[in-house]
Design a protein around this ligand. Structure first.
Ligand code: SF4
Length: 356
């Protein structure tokens, strides 16, 4: 991609209107461009036959529409998930995962390359942070996967649970969500999008006021500040009380149930007293709980609890009348499960350690 060319993918309607007007074209060209970019998946301006020839030439010399290349993909042995490695225009590589569950086809998208949050149970956290993805780079993952799926199937749900903390890249992520949900582009229902956060309290409150009907998942994973700070350093900045209060605000403002995610780790957060405290934390919060048995990663001593311990933990929660399904992540055998994404990439002769 020529770096002097403006990338039209990722511009919202108003930005695109002002761009076409800057070339003396009427506003409705923006709608035509959106249809070519997102609905028809065309990135060659010369093929956009309802645009005047002269404007097509201008666009070809001044603008571009990014496409992200899929470098590799791996399919899990149960055929229920596919991990994609995308090469961004700057050569960096990010991963996205596609999961099949009956009629539901969920794309798990990355919002950052690497992650600064440093959660101890997560391979991406161990990679460190490299950059925020642009709105176009987030959308490119979605569109690249859609293209791979072909005409017969479509993504039905999106979760922002790939590499990175979406609220640490707030504006590009929200803009990507709005473009995904715009009927003039992809037209995905807001309810089918879930944003998962480690608990950036100010952004959770801000998200409540976006007017979006998307879902919110809070990655809790511990029931005391001492334990949570060990697992998730962000807890020093935003302790449990504060993130639950922000999540409650979100639930009240949107009228939705929040989802608490609880990665269950042997001997760390799977004790009876953890389950009991978890019930107390949930008592005043409109929420449901997902118990996620830990997916083992390299360079970590953490282990998944055995089946009995997982069941016992769940039993205590359900005896207290909370819904608490156990979610075994898909794609463990291709390291595509929750917390396993980490990229190996080569840049300027340098190999970054990481995932795949
Ligand atoms: S769990 Fe999410 S926020 Fe935490 S380090 Fe991993 S990618 Fe970052």
């Amino acid at each position: 991609m020529n770096s002097n060319h403006i990338n039209l993918k990722g511009l919202d309607r108003i930005e695109l209107e002002s761009y076409v007007q800057s070339w003396g074209e009427p506003k409705y060209r923006a709608k035509q461009l959106m249809s070519w970019i997102y609905q028809k998946g065309i990135s060659d301006f010369e093929s956009m036959t309802n645009l005047p020839k002269s404007f097509r030439h201008t666009l070809s010399s001044q603008a571009t529409i990014s496409r992200t290349e899929i470098v590799t993909s791996s399919v899990s042995t149960d055929d229920k998930s596919i991990k994609y490695l995308f090469r961004l225009s700057d050569g960096k590589q990010v991963e996205s995962v596609l999961m099949f569950d009956q009629q539901r086809i969920t794309a798990c998208l990355s919002s950052q390359f690497g992650c600064a949050m440093g959660c101890q149970f997560c391979a991406t956290g161990k990679m460190g942070f490299f950059k925020n993805l642009t709105t176009a780079e987030i959308l490119d993952q979605f569109m690249g996967i859609e293209q791979e799926l072909g005409r017969e199937k479509s993504i039905t749900n999106v979760v922002f649970m790939g590499m990175g903390e979406p609220f640490a890249n707030y504006k590009p992520t929200i803009k990507a969500i709005r473009l995904l949900c715009n009927p003039e582009t992809i037209g995905m229902a807001e309810r089918r999008i879930t944003v998962s956060t480690v608990g950036l309290a100010p952004q959770i409150r801000r998200f409540a006021n976006e007017g979006l009907k998307c879902k919110l998942a809070l990655s809790l994973n511990a029931t005391t500040n001492a334990d949570r700070s060990q697992l998730m350093p962000i807890n020093f900045q935003f302790p449990i009380d504060e993130i639950l209060s922000a999540t409650k605000h979100w639930a009240k403002t949107t009228g939705e149930l929040a989802t608490l995610e609880y990665v269950l780790i042997r001997g760390i957060n799977d004790r009876t007293k953890d389950a009991e405290r978890l019930c107390q934390l949930m008592a005043n919060l409109p929420c449901k709980l997902n118990i996620i048995p830990f997916n083992e990663i390299e360079d970590s001593n953490f282990q998944r609890p055995d089946a009995n311990a997982i069941e016992n933990f769940q039993k205590i929660i359900t005896q207290n009348h909370y819904v608490a399904p156990i979610r075994f992540s898909k794609g463990n055998d291709i390291t595509a499960a929750c917390g396993q994404l980490r990229t190996i990439y080569h840049q300027a002769g340098k190999t970054m350690t990481g995932m795949i």
